[in-house]
Design a protein around this ligand. Structure first.
Ligand SMILES: Cc1cc2nc3c(=O)[nH]c(=O)nc-3n(C[C@H](O)[C@H](O)[C@H](O)COP(=O)(O)OP(=O)(O)OC[C@H]3O[C@@H](n4cnc5c(N)ncnc54)[C@H](O)[C@@H]3O)c2cc1C
Length: 480
């Protein structure tokens, strides 16, 4: 055996793996990331929006403000030329989507992971793995074609859609292709379409435009029946033609800095964990880019798994905590597949039903507040909650917004450092070896509920007028 033995090996340095590795390293867990690409950051744009829940998670890691300074916040979407979805009422500090290229998000996450002590090994490709009762042996092809075996207590496959980790543990990836030949480009426009995200479908074509804030716009477009060989690079003329069909004009697109043609599948792994090996991000689920949820869902997977792995590796929680990763994240993955698939089916509905289907959808969204809130909650990620044990307080499992704390702070600042946060009506002194893993704060509002917030910003436990014994019991059960 050569190479290192580490508690956790993360395979793949996309956004999911980088967030996970940064959290583990920040918690003091030695972690290695192996990545088959060379170190240079890929300049592919790929995903281009951060939704509110991802921004909250990044805020809990001190990264949101820096990314907000680079990207372009948009507080409204326009759909099908008729409907405007307004995010101003979103119950979040981030009442917008942030349009930002994926590589900027990766750059910030990489810097944080390395500063926290994560070890990155580039040009190192996982080719197989085997697990036993004590750990996992991972076979890699390192630079120069040399084969090495690395040993880790746990492995997380964040190695994307064609995950070698998923294949090595024998987990299938059932699903189907959904949409073929979607064109993407980052272009300059001679004519501004306004500050809104613009999307419309007409004459068997669909197009979508969003400004990055650096002079470029992302255009995504598709035309029914257009079948082009996979290898042919998309030309600007083709993109302009489809955009004109869908939106009525092409806004004088020029200077494409990046173009891509891709096919989109809907697939989900039936299990996210086999023994000591986990799957997260695109390795666990892929769906259409509609709603811009791919990268965002992967970031949430990582935020859910990282503190659990750290707690188990460091002996603060039982192994059973790791089972909650599948229980909590698999249903969210399924829901994202459904919602992004629903948007695509609406957009690609065949005539003569297409205009009627879109008219019904926009009417429902415009007039039915609860439906609009549910759709917005799902797309932005703030609407998801995790299942609570029977008899638990009604807040258990719910996402906690960025509440104000006594003394002028706010919750997502208190969460920095990957700690649990106890929000109580009275001052509580952290002791018993929990220092460093628990912060105790008070509500600014004088509320009487005591809430224990998990490091990923969901309620672990809550009680009204809690006494000292019940708080101690909750801390022992959750913080360890
Ligand atoms: C063209 C395109 C457009 C997209 N548009 C959007 C969008 O608009 N909105 C959105 O939210 N999402 C979009 N996505 C999806 C989004 O990019 C992904 O959801 C996101 O990148 C997933 O992150 P990840 O970290 O899980 O996986 P990835 O970003 O795929 O990262 C996986 C990493 O693992 C590495 N790797 C793979 N195999 C191995 C191996 N065997 N050994 C070591 N390393 C390995 C890869 O090199 C890669 O760096 C798009 C994707 C594509 C391809």
């Amino acid at each position: 055996m050569n190479g290192t033995t580490r508690p956790v090996l993360v395979v793949g340095s996309g956004p999911t793996g980088l967030l996970l590795a940064g959290d583990l390293a920040a918690a003091g867990v030695p972690v290695t990331v192996v990545e088959k690409r060379p170190r240079e950051i890929s300049n592919l744009s790929r995903a281009f929006v951060l939704h509110a829940r991802s921004l909250e998670q990044l805020d809990a890691r001190g990264l949101a403000d820096g990314l907000e300074a680079v990207g372009r916040p948009l507080d409204r979407f326009r759909l099908f030329g008729r409907l405007t979805l307004d995010l101003a009422a979103l119950p979040s500090r981030f009442k917008h989507v942030l349009v930002i290229p994926q590589y900027e998000v990766e750059r910030a996450l990489l810097r944080r992971a390395e500063e926290a002590g994560a070890r990155l090994r580039y040009e190192t490709e996982v080719t197989g793995l085997a697990q036993d009762a004590d750990g996992v042996t991972v076979e890699v092809r390192a630079a120069g074609g040399r084969t090495e075996r690395l040993r880790a207590a746990y492995v997380v496959g964040t190695d994307g859609m064609r995950s070698a980790v998923r294949e090595a543990i024998g987990v299938p990836f059932p699903g189907r292709p959904v949409i073929r030949s979607v064109l993407l480009a980052d272009v300059r426009l001679a004519e501004e379409p306004g500050s809104l995200l613009t999307a419309d479908a007409a004459r068997d074509a669909f197009a979508f435009l969003a400004p990055f804030g650096d002079g470029y716009h992302r255009v995504v477009c598709w035309q029914r029946g257009r079948s082009v060989p996979d290898g042919r690079p998309p030309g600007l003329a083709e993109i302009k033609e489809i955009t004109r069909l869908a939106l009525g004009r092409d806004f004088g697109m020029h200077d494409a800095r990046w173009t891509s043609r891709f096919h989109s599948d809907e697939r989900q792994a039936p299990v996210y964990r086999v023994g000591r090996v986990f799957l997260a991000g695109d390795a666990a689920h892929v769906h259409t880019p509609a709603g811009g949820q791919g990268m965002n869902t992967g970031l949430q997977d990582a935020a859910n798994l990282s503190w659990k792995l750290a707690a188990v590796v460091q002996g603060h929680a039982p192994q059973a905590l790791l089972d909650t990763y599948q229980a909590e994240r698999h249903p969210v993955g399924r829901s994202v597949l459904r919602s992004s698939g629903g948007i695509v089916r609406l957009v690609t509905a065949r005539p003569p039903w297409a205009p009627a289907a879109r008219a019904v959808a926009t009417a429902v969204l415009r007039h039915a507040g609860p439906v609009r809130r549910a759709v917005t909650g799902r797309v932005t990620g703030v609407g998801y909650a995790y299942r609570a044990p029977r008899g638990a307080h009604r807040l258990t499992g719910r996402r906690v917004p960025d509440v104000a704390l006594a003394g002028g702070g706010r919750l997502y600042e208190a969460l920095r450092g990957g700690r649990f946060v106890l929000i109580a009506p009275r001052a509580y002194e952290v002791r018993g070896g929990r220092e460093g893993r628990l912060a105790a704060v008070r509500w600014a509002s004088g509320r009487r509920t005591t809430v224990l917030v998990r490091p990923d910003g969901y309620v672990a436990w809550a009680a009204e007028a809690a006494d000292a014994e019940s708080v101690e019991a909750a801390l022992a059960a959750h913080v360890g």
